[in-house]
Design a protein around this ligand. Structure first.
Ligand code: OAD
Length: 250
């Protein structure tokens, strides 16, 4: 099956990659729905990542954020991130659509990255127009500081520019992703459970156009039986073998 995936990638010239949290677990950032290690195995944590939950308990949101922040700050791209950056560099991959907020695709060298759920690089006040960098937010989250971090100008809680459940996607992200999906000849899904919409609908868009679909994910997804290739294996192993099979130089 991996050989078939390599053959399809070789034959494709306009690839779109769709990535989720599974692409960054090897970098030390937990995903959401892996049975043993996913963040949402504790449902109270999931509530904090809703617009309503954040408004109700910003302190709880940041207590979890304070635990997770070090893994985000020290994370380095994985082979899967580098693999996609290389495909773009070769002119075969047109963009990465990602649900991740960690910025690791850009760190690996990917230039065209559509961040469907925002990012951690910047934040904003929940009340006034003041904006913050990740470094400023991280400083305000250090041990000894009271949580939630508050705005220097109006003392309201500040928040990262990520999408919480129940909020709109970043302006233009959906339209830009759809434009690319309408033109691609292969959608390569990596490390996503494909359960959160509207991203979870994207493979359907590609299948409707009879473009090809490859899914690499440890757990099964709703699209496995429709995909040209569905590989239930770690992305580290899959990326290593694909890099080898495609003769991609480091
Ligand atoms: P999930 O946690 O739902 O799915 C990650 C998938 O990656 C799982 O199915 C794992 O089996 C797989 N996986 C984990 N490590 C892997 C590895 N090393 N190799 C291969 N597969 C691996 O994460 P997403 O699909 O990204 O949204 O979740 C989508 C959205 O749900 C997130 O963006 C977030 C979350 O709630 C918001 O917070 C708005």
């Amino acid at each position: 099956m991996l050989e078939k995936a390599a053959k399809i990638i070789k034959e494709s010239s306009s690839i779109v990659a769709l990535t989720g949290a599974g692409v960054s677990t090897a970098a030390g950032i937990p995903d959401f729905r892996s049975p043993e290690s996913g963040l949402w195995k504790d449902p109270s944590k999931m509530v904090l990542f809703t617009a309503f939950g954040f408004a109700l308990d910003p302190k709880g949101f940041y207590e979890l954020g304070r635990q997770l922040l070090p893994s985000f700050l020290k994370a380095e791209p994985t082979l899967a991130h580098y693999f996609l950056a290389k495909l773009e560099h070769q002119g075969k991959l047109r963009c990465v659509i990602t649900q991740n907020i960690d910025g690791l695709h850009q760190k690996a060298g990917s230039k065209k990255v559509i961040e469907m759920h925002g990012n951690l690089r910047t934040g904003r006040c929940t009340n006034c127009p003041t904006e913050y960098t990740l470094e400023e937010m991280a400083d305000k989250m250090n041990q000894g500081h009271e949580l939630p971090p508050t705005c220097q100008d109006c003392q309201s809680p500040i928040r990262p520019n990520i999408v919480l459940f129940g909020e709109d996607l970043p302006t233009g992200a959906y339209e830009e992703a759809m434009e690319n999906l309408e033109d691609c000849d292969l959608l390569l899904v990596m490390g996503s459970s494909l359960v959160v919409y509207p991203v979870a609908d994207m493979p359907r868009v590609v299948l409707r156009r009879h473009a090809r679909l490859i899914i690499i994910n440890l757990q099964p997804t709703q699209y496995d039986s429709s995909a040209d290739v569905s590989l239930h294996m770690s992305l580290e192993e899959a990326s290593r073998r694909l890099v080898e099979a495609l003769g991609i130089k480091p």
